[in-house]
Design a binder for this molecule. Structure first.
Ligand SMILES: Cc1cc2nc3c(=O)[nH]c(=O)nc-3n(C[C@H](O)[C@H](O)[C@H](O)COP(=O)(O)OP(=O)(O)OC[C@H]3O[C@@H](n4cnc5c(N)ncnc54)[C@H](O)[C@@H]3O)c2cc1C
Length: 263
């Protein structure tokens, strides 16, 4: 590591490797707790995978470059660190194009309950899949309400979390059995199954029936955020959020040095 130009301290209580959002949150809390903190970031800027860019020449629009939706940031952290940033609700969650009987079609999730129901009916030829969808996500919503607050509490024991969820069928489906089983049991349409499974498989190399339950963990992270499972769009892109985090860390006294790789 190159020597720091002018370190504020001869030594630090905490040196954080990497100025992504997790490093910045840790830096802000440690500095607020009175520790001397140094963040070393390899790149020339903080933010990690949560950064913004201005992709259109001549248009002053800051958009997310990689990570782009906020769900898992607890309100408690926003309030405690005094983060000044805003999110907007999405009207459409997803649209999945498909072909049925040589005809181009697709599945719309969002745009209002009526449009979603109509889209399910047009794709599947009935209301059963949409009814199953509503029931499935009513269950995940109840789990979200109970699980999300634990993300900022001491990690609960397994039995404690199970009691807190207080729904044996939901517990089995999400925490005990590969989620592929529940999805195949509840949904008949392969495209609908695929849309539900996206939240379980994306970014993993797991499959729906992986005995490791890695896919269940991935699924849970996608449905518990904010206690609702909503994914909101950060105004100014993810970089607006990580800039606010870096500001909070600096305001609390943390030193952030970019262009310094820890080896
Ligand atoms: C394409 C993509 C889309 C995603 N979409 C979303 C989304 O919409 N919503 C969401 O919540 N999550 C999303 N994620 C996941 C999310 O981006 C990550 O969970 C998050 O960025 C992890 O934050 P972090 O601070 O732990 O690590 P990172 O963001 O990876 O930051 C790590 C930082 O450490 C630095 N670093 C690494 N090694 C060193 C070293 N030796 N010395 C100094 N610095 C070092 C890196 O340069 C980097 O800046 C997405 C991820 C990807 C890749």
């Amino acid at each position: 590591m190159p020597a720091l130009a002018s370190p504020a301290h001869a030594s630090y209580d905490a040196v954080i490797v990497g100025g992504g959002h997790n490093g910045l949150v840790a830096a802000a809390y440690l500095a607020r707790a009175g520790r001397t903190v140094l963040v070393l970031e390899r790149l020339g800027h903080t933010g990690g995978a949560a950064v913004s860019t201005r992709p259109f020449a001549g248009v002053d629009a800051r958009l997310s470059r990689y990570s782009y939706l906020v769900s898992l940031l607890p309100r408690k952290i926003v309030d405690e660190l005094g983060l000044r940033f805003a999110v907007r609700k999405r009207t459409v969650s997803s649209y999945t194009p498909a072909e049925r009987g040589g005809r181009a079609t697709g599945l719309l999730v969002g745009g209002g309950a009526d449009r979603t129901r109509e889209s399910f009916a047009a794709l599947t030829g009935g209301d059963a899949e949409y009814a199953a969808w509503q029931e499935f996500y009513a269950t995940t919503l109840r789990v979200a309400e109970r699980v999300f607050p634990t993300l900022t509490e001491p990690l609960p024991e397994r039995a404690e979390l199970r009691a807190r969820i207080d729904d044996e069928a939901a517990w089995r489906m999400l925490f005990e059995e590969p989620i592929g089983a529940a999805i195949e049991e509840r949904f008949a349409d392969d495209l609908v199954r695929g849309v539900v499974l996206t939240d379980a498989l994306i970014g993993t190399f797991a499959d729906a029936h992986d005995p490791s339950l890695l896919q269940n963990r991935c699924f849970l992270y996608h449905v518990v955020g904010g206690g609702t499972g909503d994914w909101d769009v950060p105004v100014g892109g993810m970089g607006a959020l990580t800039d606010a985090l870096a500001d909070a860390a600096r305001a609390a006294g943390a030193e952030i040095v970019t262009g310094h790789e820890a080896t």
